[in-house]
Every structure is written in C-alpha cells, then in structure tokens.
Design a protein around this ligand. Sequence first.
Ligand code: KG4
Ligand code: ZN
Length: 340
Amino acid sequence: MRVIGLETSCDETGVAVYDSARGLLAHALYSQVSLHEEYGGVVPELASRDHVRKTLPLLRQVLAEAGLRRTDIDGVAYTAGPGLIGALLVGAAIGRSLAWALGVPAVAVHHMEGHLLAPMLEENPPAFPFVALLVSGGHTQLMRVDGVGQYALLGDTLDDAAGEAFDKTAKLLGLGYPGGPALARLAERGDPARFHFTRPMVNRPGLEFSFSGLKTHALTTLRAEPLADEQTRADIARAFEDAVVDTLAIKCRRALEQTGLTRLVVAGGVSANRRLRERLDDMARPLAAAVYYPRLEFCTDNGAMIAYAGYQRLRAGQTEPLAFTAWPRWPLSEVAAPSA
Ligand code: KG4
Ligand code: ZN
C-alpha cells in the first residue's frame, strides 16, 4: 500500500509517500521560516497562502522522485489538527479532493500522532507499549502508548509548552524566530555554572510540567545584569536550557518508573535538542531503558510522519467521508484506535 502524507498544520509544507513494503519512498519539505522571519513569529494568513502555493508542486516532486504515477497511490493522509485552522484546511482540502479524484480512500491524521509514530520510520523502531514524551511548540505531554490510537495521557503542561518556552525565551534574549534552535546554539557558548534556574514542579509528585516561570526567570536574570553582553546572554540561555532539559528528564524517569515500562519515545520539535537527547540517554542507562528518537529532520514537522500514521490507520480500515473537517484544538487522548 502506497500512501501520500500531507502536512500543513503550521509553518512547514511537508509531503511524502510511504510504501508498506518498501518504507519511505520520497519526502519533501518547504519551510516558511524566511516568510515569517521579519514578523518574529508565524503569521497564520501568510502560512495558509504559502501552503496553497507549495503543496501541489511538492507533491509532483515527491511522486517524480519516487518514480510513481498518480495511479500508483492507494490512499491519501492529511493532518487534520491540531494547528492553525487556515493552514490545516489547505492540506485537508487538497488531500480529500486528491483522494476523491484518484478514487482512493482519504484519512485524517492527528499531528501529534504523526510525531509520536515518527520513530517507527527508523531502523530500530520501538515496540509497543512505551512511554512517549511529546515536546513541540504547542505540546509537552507524557503519554502511555499501547498501540496505534491507544494513548493515555500521563502528564501535561499547565502553561507553556517546552518549545514555546524556548521560543519566548529566545525572543527576550534578542534571538529571532524560530527561537528554539537559535537558543540552543547560543547556549553552546554559555557557562553552565554562572546561573542556576530552579527545576519547576520536580519536588511535588505527578507528571505535570510548568515552563512559563523559567521564561520569567530568564527575563529577571537578564534585567538584573548590568552588562547584558553576548556572554551573559549565552550563560542565561545555557541555564534555561539545562533547567528545561533536566525537568523533562526527571519527569520521563518518573513516568518510566511509574508505568514499569522500559521504552521511551521522544518526538516533536524539541526532540532535536542535542542536550535533551544526551540527558535522556544518561537517565535511561541505569534503568536499562531504551530511548527512541526520530532522525533529526523528522523531529520537526514533516510529511513522512503523516504518511506513516495515515498508512497505519488506512490499513486498519479507517477512512474519511467525502466531507472534510479540521480541528485547531484536538487532544491526542481523544483519538480513537483505528479498529474502534
Ligand atoms: O514539532 P514542531 O516542528 O512544530 C510543532 O508541532 O509545534 O516543533 C517546533 C518547536 C519550536 O518551538 C522550536 O523552537 C522547537 O520545536 N525546536 C527546538 C529545537 N529545534 C526545534 N527547541 C530546542 N532545541 C532545538 N534544537
Ligand atoms: Zn509538530
């Protein structure tokens, strides 16, 4: 079965084709970073218009790279939420129409399910059940995953998502959009011993997160410094990153211990963070647990994860009616298993 995946939920247009027998055949991504850069963040209307421009050319490119004709396609998967509604509607409209025109089934995919299943595209994929840490611009969640569509929420953030905290802190340190990778780069030059940020919510039981205090702490630290030079900003970036990474690792260990599971999947944009990966690997070693990540390019938004998640649902018989819908807010724990 060959499935096209379309991802248009935010600021990247991703298109891919997954073959159940041969794996990922081709994938292409167009990032809108240069479009939104001058505004310091994503402008939803500009994002939607750009998805309109880019989706079909990328689709043609991917089919050509895979050496496929349109008639070789057995199904079309598109991200139906959560995300920016206008952006989502572009992918949903194109995906649903394309499936209709080709006479094949369409399937709506939850963006975070795509992220969560992305490590399945790697050589050594995790077996179910596992604990998943989803860390993106909009989400910070720990889930217990027993199979496709079997997601139990273990812990969530009470305020900002980890990626959002990275982006906001980057902004106040004078870094541009997208802030997460820029802050991580600046932190490389930071002195880890100069500032210490308290790890939020680690001293009480539970698996909840809170990151907005760290951003405020970064701001007050910056303001208290008479000389907010490059080194000071790098030191603050390092203290902030260490606090986020440490907090995520502490809660992941707790989730593994609580569930008794020995596999941890980490996905979403922040899973590209090098320090987070190192810290999680260190945490898992004494527990004899294994940590699984997507390859770096599939940590952030992409079409491959949507094609793969779509394939899993299509093969279980799930299809959409002719009318399409998109959901800007859509909790992953409400996504049903495909056979349900
Ligand atoms: O998954 P993603 O591409 O989009 C959403 O679904 O939100 O995640 C984007 C988020 C942004 O907040 C970005 O700053 C963050 O992931 N991010 C990083 C890194 N790369 C991306 N945060 C920290 N370190 C990184 N290396
Ligand atoms: Zn994402």
